[in-house]
Design a protein around this ligand. Structure first.
Ligand SMILES: [Fe+2]
Length: 244
């Protein structure tokens, strides 16, 4: 299937082709997920848990990065396939950088969490289900995990300010997000001290690839560079003014 003109995904090999040439992904192995799994003892395989294709055209020369992630369907002890989870860094005196996701194929569950005093005190937890075309913005100040809740591979892309760095450590130290998603639904992660009830939100529906909107007018995405600006947009009801 075509993600955007020139960029094609092939399910058979879980691979991306750029103008007919196969791209080499960065592979996240199961062994690297060990610390974030609900049931690490149930892990009895290694190999690729998911594939990351970083810094793709058509915005390679811009201030933002366009990445594609492919998460095959798998489960470990009943917990569904997911990314490792991370927080973004922040510019001085501001909340952390936001990010924008779009699903291209399959069904995703985005889990977003905002820490209060320390990473084990979560003051807001948001779950967003998304399918092909849907857009989900990670608001400033939120860590995030993506779960593949579909029957097949999940293919999604993200656009993020190029200078953003990811911090995986809090998720490693607390065994993943504040809730795990399993065949039995959401299960609270007991490693956290404070966990609120889940707030369910909806994605934005879009039929076209959002990266093409970026190509046309990157200025309408400047909030990716300026978290304060993103706060004013109120993505997922987040305005950033609540006290930490
Ligand atoms: Fe991120």
């Amino acid at each position: 299937m075509q993600l955007i003109p020139g960029l094609d995904y092939f399910e058979e090999h879980k691979s991306l082709f750029l103008n007919g040439n196969m791209l080499k992904p960065r592979i996240r192995r199961f062994s690297e997920l060990l610390k974030v799994l609900r049931y690490p003892d149930k892990l009895n395989k290694d190999g690729a848990a998911y594939y990351m294709f970083r810094d793709l055209p058509p915005i390679r020369d811009s201030w933002a990065r366009f990445d594609v992630t492919v998460i095959p369907r798998w489960e470990i002890g009943g917990e569904l396939a997911k990314t490792k989870g991370h927080y973004h860094n922040s510019p001085k005196g501001e909340p952390s950088y936001p990010e924008i996701y779009q699903v291209h194929k399959g069904r995703a569950l985005y889990l977003l969490q905002k820490p209060g005093k320390g990473y084990s005190n979560i003051i807001d937890f948001v779950a967003v289900q998304a399918e092909s075309g849907d857009i989900v913005v990670i608001p400033p100040g939120y860590g995030h995990v993506t779960v593949n809740i579909g029957e097949d591979s999940l293919v999604m892309s993200n656009i993020i300010y190029r200078e953003v760095r990811s911090n995986y450590k809090p998720f490693e130290e607390l065994r993943g997000a504040a809730y795990h998603y399993t065949f039995s639904g959401f299960l609270r992660n007991e490693e956290y001290l404070q966990v609120p009830r889940i707030r369910f939100e909806k994605p934005w529906r879009r039929s076209k690839p959002i990266v093409l909107e970026f190509v046309r007018d990157d200025s309408s995405f400047s909030w990716l560079k300026y978290p304060r600006e993103a706060c004013k947009m109120g993505f997922l009801g987040v305005t950033c003014d609540e006290e930490k």
